[in-house]
Design a binder for this molecule. Sequence first.
Ligand code: PMP
Length: 665
Amino acid sequence: MKQRVVGILQARMGSTRFPGKVLAPLGRTVVLDWATKAIAAAPGIDELVVATSTLSQDDIITEWCIKNERNYFRGSESDVLDRFYRCAVQYDADVVMRFTADCPYLDPQVIGQVIQLRAMTGADYCSCNDPPSWPDGLDTECFTFKALEAAWNEAVRQTDRDTVTQFIIRNRDRFPAESVICPFPGMNNERWVLDTQKDYELCQAIANEWHGEQPPSCTDILRILERKPEIRELNKGAIRNERFYQGLADEQLPTRGFERSQALLARTTRTIPCGSQTYSKSAVHFPAGASPLYISHGDGARVFDVDGHDYVDLVGALLPVILGYRDCDVDHAVRRQINSGYSFSLATKLEAELAEKLCDLIPCAEMVRFGKTGTDVTTAAVRLARAYTGRDYVYSKGYHGWADWSISPYNEMGVPKPVSDLTVQLGLGHDPRSAAAIIVESNANDASPKTLHLLRRFCDENDIILIFDEIKTGFRIHMGGAQALYGVTPDLACFGKAMGNGVPISALAGRKDLMKMIEPEGGAFFSGTFFGDTIGLTAALATIKKMEEKNVILSLNQIAALINNGIDQSGLRGEVDFSGVGNLTSVKFRDSDIKALYIQEMAQMGVLTLGEHGISYAFREPEVERVLKAYRHTLDIIRDCIKNPDHIHRHLKGKIVGEPLRQSA
Ligand code: PMP
């Protein structure tokens, strides 16, 4: 049955930053005329309505509509969701489109594609701005009346009422979403929206260059900007959706329940041991029933759980997400690679490109091999060390993955004793002189810079292979890892996590003579079907490129300093402890009840955390503000519980049942 698509354009005179912008002159007409003409020209729109408020200052908008033969609707000024809902009811919409009058350069064809994609997929929500791959100002959203009605009935947050669609977007598990992605790279950095006086100058400059009868398309505007690149300078540097993100930091959050997470836990545990593939992401690690367990999607610095709650994410998928979720540049590179294929029957040139890059960045890297997980490459490193030295013992500090050789200090179940006996924890009174290798996590918690230097000397004196496990530190504390930051070069080093912004890839880097042990003459074996998959390689190349271009680590360290300096832990030392280097901050707790309280209360305040901060480049001031607000609230409660131990049972809604193995395992 044909569904009736009603486009609703919200417009009001009372913009805080640019009052009266909707009727501001633009070219030979006014802003609202550009926007309505573009929407009316889009294939698939059955009706277009300008929805304004009932305030008298907006009478002028309805007068304009009457004069220009446009439908109009008047509703609440502050509850825009209510305005949309009532308008959709009045115009008998099956499918609703949302436009805003600060977008004079909507592209009719993109609008048509959003309508078409939603219809063909049956999605409840479809847009061209989530993720934001198109220029700011082409924003087009399309959703079912059913989803709008649910939002209208249920949404209580101020940002939900303001933005109309946030409730639907957050609840992706209930309202499946689709997205029309821009085929051109870097377009998310373009800003053709009209928020400020500077934006107005850019919009005017474009209008002056456009002489067509029809509204310009995105490509028409790109051609103008190619001819006149200086136009871009007019509004450079503004932050996309700044006010929305500020709103998220300021608002009071309602109490969060986790019913859908619990239901999914019941379902997944029927077929999946632990209900999760990763120990630290599984339910046993979280306060039972009192925190989210399953995520539906991510966006920049935020993630959304299946119950529709948003979180500023301090976990970063256990550290890999260094640029942020759905980073436009990495994702564009990956999509482009998908067009050529992911896994092949022979090796590819991408392997050389990434290997050469890592050899440039990482002091110990003379040769490189790739893997998919951290365990792949720590295990390979240990094997090479054994093959090279002809010795068996390995001295280890820190967590290096789930393999037999590495897990035994934490868990011996299923590991043959002769194997576990060969891995000895460093610093327990044994004499490591006969070791094949010493492998250490090169972060300050496990080995200080001074220790790393001492180990280097010790290994040199005893012909031991020194391996740095830089799975956490690599591309986080320095592009070349801890070894570059501290000026101490190991023989082999292992990288993973942040290297691909969340796409699985790891790397073993090291001395040529050692790495050549993998060649037939060397005789040691290290190989995997997927070790050279092109998606991981592409993601890593794109991630590293962006990190270098934007000096991401410097930004991360600045953001981390804002967070760390803002956390007031007075009176909590020994109960909750913060430590770390650069942007890597580790939080330790006196006991698991305090940790449970911490996770629970931070989640209620809209911050997802496990005790280790893995912030991303997508963090900005509003995210920092929300994190600090959450910390103030949470540490106050913890302080109270420490002073009055009986209070903990009043606050704590669920206990952590799992034993901690190791953070971010
Ligand atoms: N080494 C370190 C320092 C780690 O933190 C981890 C995982 N958190 C690993 C190795 C193992 O990596 P993976 O889980 O990808 O196998």
